[in-house]
Design a protein around this ligand. Structure first.
Ligand SMILES: Cc1ncc(COP(=O)(O)O)c(C=O)c1O
Length: 382
């Protein structure tokens, strides 16, 4: 049976070109980047070249990039590191939104137990936070505004340029979680006044377990892991050289034409699905939507049931973020845009990658029509 992977917001297939450049760093080039000998220096060179690739891609300097184990760690390091570096200064207020990824939500909840005050801002029915709400929420105690750039469930791309201007004007730090938007939406740390940017590799055809945190030059954070003083003493631990090399290659192989391709497939899939009766799109329907995100409610039938049938047809989909799929709670993101628990449970997320093809979309639409028709016939509520 053919396999169609439409869960790229959870993770992506590692690009063959990425695997190719990683390979030698497992076999012959296995040095530790902290070692002084040739093998170590070879690893160190590769590490620094990769750092400059990541830095350039967001308009940063190489020494402003710290490698981590992924988005979760980068988000935790940014928020907790900043909070602990400012302990005792009276700056203990964090502003975020109700549609953050669990790793920001749960880091904020934990920080509340450590004495932080956190404001979780509302978003509108398409998932946008109003920059003016951010301005109003800022107080003299505010330390940082932390916003998810591209939403992992409904694809909303936030107006970070505008938010960045407000944060700089009010002199509060601005952190974005760009795991879903990286290489898909514009990120420029100078033009958008960003102080922290969370990035990871596995959403962009790189390996799992690798990420980065941009920390603007001069901004102080407290490290969370103490050890051998790697990564400017902000993230101790022997660097994952093969992973980091793969991360940089994934960035180098991403193309603007991939975005255009995904947008075209996304719109075809959205328009095709919306022709099915009693469906509606979650998230925006314009250029402020991630090029690879589709999230739809098939009213009166459960998203889980559709996903199960799609799987049987070889199509991988999701009903929410992969991280929270083990809980039975309905999505906090869908609830934040105004859906009831019942409606939220009828949602299905399909997320594309540069590897998807137009004929796959035709097949998915054909299967969806069949499956939804069948489930609707079985459902007591039409
Ligand atoms: C928006 C967002 N932030 C953070 C993460 C966590 O990243 P990682 O899986 O690299 O820890 C993810 C991925 O699940 C994500 O989509």
């Amino acid at each position: 049976m053919k396999q169609i992977y439409l869960d790229n917001a959870a993770t992506t297939q590692v690009d063959k070109k990425v695997i190719e450049v990683m390979q030698p760093y497992f076999s012959e080039k296995y040095g530790n980047a902290s070692s002084q000998h040739l093998k170590g220096q070879e690893a160190k060179r590769a590490l620094e070249e990769s750092r400059s690739v990541i830095a350039r891609s967001i308009g940063a300097r190489s020494d402003e990039i710290i490698f981590t184990s992924g988005g979760t760690e980068s988000n935790n390091l940014a928020l907790k590191g900043l909070f602990f570096a400012n302990k005792g200064t009276g700056k203990n207020h964090i502003i975020t939104t109700k549609i953050e990824h669990d790793c920001v939500m749960n880091a904020c909840k934990w920080l509340e137990e450590q004495g932080a005050r956190v404001t979780y801002l509302n978003v509108d029915e398409q998932g946008f936070v109003d920059p003016e709400d951010i301005r109003k929420a800022i107080t003299p105690e505010t330390l940082v505004v932390s916003i998810i750039h591209g939403n992992n469930e409904i694809g909303t791309i936030q107006p970070i340029g505008e938010i960045g201007r407000i944060c700089r004007e009010k002199q509060v730090y601005f952190h974005i979680d760009a795991c879903q938007s990286y290489t898909k939406a514009r990120i420029n740390v100078k033009k958008q006044n960003l102080d922290f940017v969370t990035l990871n590799a596995h959403k962009i055809h790189g390996p799992k377990g690798v990420g980065a945190l941009y920390i603007r030059d001069g901004v102080k954070i407290e490290p969370l892991a103490h050890g051998g003083r790697h990564e400017k003493n902000l993230r101790s631990g022997t660097e994952n050289i093969p992973g980091i090399i793969g991360f940089a290659k994934a960035v180098k192989t991403s193309r603007n034409s991939d975005i255009k391709k995904m947008e075209k497939l996304r719109d075809k899939l959205i328009n095709g699905i919306l022709k099915i009766q009693n469906t509606n799109l979650n998230g925006p329907k314009d250029e402020n939507r991630l090029c690879n995100n589709i999230n739809v409610c098939f009213n009166n039938i459960e998203g889980e049931a559709i996903g199960g049938y799609l799987d049987a047809y070889g199509i991988s989909s999701s009903t929410g973020s992969a991280c929270s799929s083990h809980t039975l709670e309905s999505s906090h993101v869908l609830k934040a845009i105004g859906l009831s628990d019942l409606q939220a449970n009828t949602s299905l997320r399909l997320s594309l990658s540069k590897f998807n093809k137009e004929e796959e979309i035709d097949y998915v639409l054909e299967v969806l029509n069949k499956v939804v028709g069948k489930l609707r016939r079985m459902s007591p509520v039409k």
